[in-house]
Structures are given as structure tokens and as C-alpha cells.
Design a binder for this molecule. Sequence first.
Ligand code: FES
Length: 464
Amino acid sequence: MKIAVSSPDNLADFLRAKGIELDMRCGGTGRCGGCRVKLISGEWRCGETPAFPPEVVPACRTRLVGGRGVVEIPERDNSYAENISDMDIFGLPATPDTVVAVDVGTTTLAAIKIRDGAIIASSGAFNPQLRYGDNVLSRIAHVAAPGGLTELQSAILDSLRKLLDELDPTGVDRIAVSGNTVMCCLLHGVDPAMIGVYPFAPPQREFPPRRDLLPPFELLTLPCISGYLGGDITSGLYASRLRPGEMLVDLGTNCEIVFNTGNGFVGTSAAAGPAFEGVGLRCGMRAAPGAIEHYADDGCRVVGNIAARGICGSAYVDYLAVERAAGRLNEFGRFVSPAETYREIAPGVGIGENDVEQLLKAKAAIASGISALEGYCGVRADKLVLAGGFAAGLSPDNAVAIGMLPQQRKMLKIGNASLSGAAALASRPELYGELLRLSRLPREIPLAELPGFERRFVSALMLP
Ligand code: FES
């Protein structure tokens, strides 16, 4: 599709005003390349340098310098689409209703349509709020801008309508969503500012059923636990039936952790960032066709068995483990060969030292969150219950090898637990009372209040 441009505004802003949504998963910082367009004619500047047709440029960094220009927008490919199977969702309720369940993540949205206990369609998208920042704090900050709350709410509602269209809304009885507390607040048009300041209390933990947000459908929302433990973790508690000695670890942009110590439930959340969801990295992408999903010394496995287009979180973990074991990465994540700062692992697809730095910060946040919570409780978890889309493809051995997960624990993966809870509530609204009961079990301890967290984080930045 070719578009005529006459405005000197930022090109991504100009296109958005025209109703053209680009993939802006790095929040417009020029790092992800998702918003690339081709210059066809006109005089342009990309960042500080002139750009000339037929260059391909990130729209978020580009503006027209004078006169008129034309750009070509690539056809939207299917790189966002989720392939969610029944295997990824715990205990799909077998009711005759046709319902939709949505996991509203900080970085991604995943949606499924269910009938008779089976998934009949699935879809996904990057959260369009990414253009306002890649974490919950930047979204909260945007709410303070004039019209910010309305912008964020409209962005998520628009995206949910598109997902519904992709799933075909015909015959849908109701929709349920599960997400972290900030995402739930923004969806309902509630100002989440209180979550950004001590004591991080949420303005609302429960959200009433709504018929005005996605008419004509009734929209149900999972109850949240606290400011940083959301409805996605309530879903995780429902899906995991967490027993004494078990720790639920939801590996998302925010790594949320709940430990059933046997003397109660204690939880915390660590800001891992979106690196393992493929955001902010040179060749990062979701686990969609063309994504390298596993990396080994003897080659890569690509989703869909097609040419590699990028790398998803599970392969990044493999990469760190394999390259460190082979002695090609040092303990600081630097390439041992001094001439190298970037290494290609498939034609046109590779990993740079900057990427490794982001990955090490993400894995350190997860590792230190787990160990600090165990330290606070004075007891070790016997079993880790791993939730989240990224966890589903993860090699636990490699996650242990890079120090992201602790050694010598039993591990169980439960897939996208947030979707499981949403599916349960959408199919059986009478479960709300039980979900509310679960949401009241954990006591949240802010990460900064866990003794030794900073020391643990710094030491976890190293590769073992
Ligand atoms: S949004 Fe433009 S490069 Fe990421």
C-alpha cells in the first residue's frame, strides 16, 4: 500500500493519524525495526541523517523534510499470530457456550475462541500501547499526559476489536480478559497512577462486568491481587492449584512470582522487561512462523520450517547456554573473540553484544526475584510451576545453565495460565467467586523490600 505524505510530522505519528497501525513494539525508540516502511519519493530525514528513496527506514525515526513524498507500507504479515493449541491451555471447560478468552499482556495480546471445551480459533497481536512505552511504569507515566488515559484505553480496545474480528465474533456469548493490574485498569479507563508510587496500592482490584466496552458482548475481567500481581496471576493460581512447597513463576515482561510456603502465599514481581518476548532486540520476534525457536551447536529449529526471519525468547536462552558452554561467550556476556560484536546464526539473523546485555538483565531480574523471595521466606521451593507463552518453549536445562532458574528443582510448565483463567471465567462465569477467593490468598512484598535483592540482581547479571 502506497501513501502520500505532505506533513513534516514524525512519519509513524502521521500514519497512525491516518489509521495505519505499524508494529511499534520497541515503543518508537528505533530498536526493533517493526515499523519499517519503504521510501518511494520525496526528501526525508531518518534521525539526524538524510534518507533517500528507495531506502527502507523505521517510520518512528523518519520525517519528511520538504514538499511531498510517498512511502510504501509493507503488507501486514502474520508475525503476530499466535498458534495456541488445546495443549497450551489448562483444563478448557467443556460448556456449549461460544466464548472468547484474552490474555492482555504488557507486550502482547493472545486471544482464543472456545466451544465445547476446544479452541476453534486463535489470534494475537503486540499490545498497541507499546508505542507509549514498553513497561507498566511508562504506561502509567503516559496517563499523566493530557488525554493519556483515553489514548491508552482506546488503543487496547481497538486492538481487542481487531482480534475479535480475526476470531469471527459470530455467536460469541461473552468475553473474559486476564491481565496485570495496570493493563486491567487501563482497559476499564481507571487511572493506575497509585500503582506507580509507594505503597503501590491498586485503585481497584475488581472490575465489574461491562457491556459498554466491546458492545454487544459482555466483558468479564479476572480479579487482581495487588498493584503488581494481577489477574494473570489469579489465573495462574487457578490453573496451577499451587501446593505447599510450589512456586508459580509467570515469565512475562513483569516476572510475577507466588510461593506457597505451606504457611501462606507470598508474592512479588520483578521487572524483567520485554527482551524474552522478542522486543528491543535486533532480530527479536514472537514465536511465530520464521522465528528460530531453538538453537544448538549443530543448527537451529525454525517455527514452520521456513527460512529464519528472527529469534524468539527460547532460542535466546539456548544461545546463551550453548555459547557459554562452548567458551565463545565470557561470564560478562561478551564475545570472547575481540573482533566480534555481532554473530549471525542464520542468513540475515543474528545476535549482538547489545542484545546479550538486554537478555542478561532480563534473566537477572527473574533469578534475583526467585532467590530474594526464597530468602525472605527462609525456605526453598521444591517445585517451580512455569507459566507464560515464553515459558512454554523454554528449555529448563538451558534456563538453569544460564542462571535464570535455580538448580535442582522439579519443573512443571502450565502454558499460558493467564489465558487458562480467562477461558475458565468466560465459559463458567459462576467461577468468579472462586477466582476472587484465590486472588485474596497472596501477600505481596515489593521487590525492593526483599532483603539482598540488589546484591542478588548484580551477581545474577553474570553467566555461570
Ligand atoms: S517502533 Fe520503530 S523501530 Fe521499533
